[in-house]
Write a protein that binds this ligand. Structure first.
Ligand SMILES: C[S@@+](CC[C@H](N)C(=O)[O-])C[C@H]1O[C@@H](n2cnc3c(N)ncnc32)[C@H](O)[C@@H]1O
Length: 376
């Protein structure tokens, strides 16, 4: 059974692992930012939907870094591995550290030492355009992270492998909210939009349509359209619907976008299978026509259930910054009610919460990312 190793972005290690699980199913956790998964035929196309994966390594090996481990020990282990896994041709060794730096371990020394040990007539170093890139990740403990992580501290490890050359991290260039034709301050950043879509995946289901009943400027549906998914977008504000259309035309995405109250999307779209309802609902003063944010959210998820009772929901709800610093088991206030109460209200509408994880917005605002699957 061939495995691949994924190296996650440092912004939110917990959500990196959850994203890998949603897209790929089972994962083996090596470190808070490193997991391995089974390689299958569609692995790379599924992973292309990820928002938080930095690197994909093949034929990888992991060693725990103990007290006294040196750069030379690591270089020696990598050169022994290279005897089995390095194909003939040029190569480059690229090493980087994540987490807290580890005394006695230098990424530069490892690169030089491995290069010297394994270069030969058939394997010459080429830093500019190598046939094979050996990627080495020194993963220390995490500290002072912006987001809580139920995993706690991971042991320090070094992981190396052949970097998958078909993997390209999404850079979002040219499509930040202010670069789009239609922009409003509510616009969601592309990485968060993409994350809402990826964590709403389930390994055994294909997402056919991304449905956003609060589409605003189209931040979420732009990412869906770019990934070739169907788009069903709506908003109560006609200017937003117009703006979403403008933005989707700009990325040449196929879509349907209509004016509709979020509580009535079942009448608008009718029964539709393969739906992921991905949205960030209005809150506070941005709640349009002063409808209460919580009730609107609840009626939207009831309506979603009538559109696709087998669908999934992925959303982010407003909460206070204390969720970032206190214990994860606390009964926090989300959307103005205690979490335990909200979870019950969600369950009464036929949905089961399978993930809740906070993200920082700014000093006085956080959002709770929530994923729901059908309760039955
Ligand atoms: C936080 S914004 C969504 C931002 C969007 N994700 C983006 O990237 O631009 C919430 C949206 O909900 C819309 N809205 C407010 N009340 C609504 C309702 N009852 N039904 C549908 N949409 C509503 C607002 O017009 C606003 O565009």
């Amino acid at each position: 059974m061939q495995m691949v190793t994924l190296v996650g972005n440092g912004w939110h290690p917990w959500l990196f692992r959850e994203e890998a699980k949603s897209l790929m199913g089972e994962i083996e956790t090596i470190h808070s930012r490193i997991v391995s998964i089974q390689l299958s035929e569609n692995t790379l196309s599924r992973l292309s939907r990820a928002a938080l994966i930095d690197d994909v390594l093949e034929n990888s090996e992991t060693h725990v870094i103990g007290e006294g481990t040196t750069s030379a020990d690591i270089a020696e282990a990598i050169s022994a591995w290279a005897e089995n896994f390095l194909e003939p041709g040029t190569f480059a060794v690229r090493s980087r550290s994540i987490g807290i730096g580890i005394e006695g371990i230098s990424t530069k020394e490892i690169e030089m030492d491995v290069g010297n040990r394994i270069s030969s007539e058939i394997n010459k170093v080429d830093l500019a355009d190598p046939k094979v890139e050996i990627s080495v990740v020194i993963a220390g403990q995490t500290e002072g992270e912006a987001h809580p992580d139920p995993l706690g501290d991971s042991p320090s490890v070094v992981v190396w492998g052949v970097r998958n050359s078909d993997w390209e991290r999404e850079k979002y260039s040219g499509r930040s909210p202010t670069e789009r034709p239609f922009f409003k301050p509510v616009s969601l950043e592309p990485r968060q939009a993409r994350l809402l879509i990826s964590i709403g995946h389930r390994p055994d289901c294909e997402v056919k349509h991304v449905v956003d009943p609060f589409c605003g400027t189209g931040g979420i549906v732009i990412e869906a359209a770019l990934q070739g998914m169907g788009v069903l977008a709506s908003d109560l504000d006609s200017r937003m619907v117009e703006g979403t259309r403008e933005n989707l035309d700009w990325v040449n995405g196929g879509y349907r976008a209509e004016i509709c109250n979020a509580s009535e999307i079942d009448t608008l779209w009718g029964p539709t299978d393969g739906c992921l309802f991905a949205f960030d609902p209005p809150y506070g003063r941005s709640s349009w026509k002063s409808e209460d944010g919580l009730n609107l959210f609840l009626s939207a998820i009831s309506s979603a259930r009538r559109v696709d009772p087998s669908g999934a929901i992925s959303t982010m709800l407003p909460t206070g910054p204390e969720v970032l610093s206190q214990g994860l088991g606390e009964d926090f206030t989300v959307m103005g009610v205690k979490w335990s109460q909200l979870e019950e209200l969600i369950a009464q509408r036929g949905w089961k919460v399978v993930l809740k994880s906070p993200i920082k917005v700014h000093r006085s605002l956080a959002r709770m990312v929530i994923v729901c699957h059908p309760a039955d």
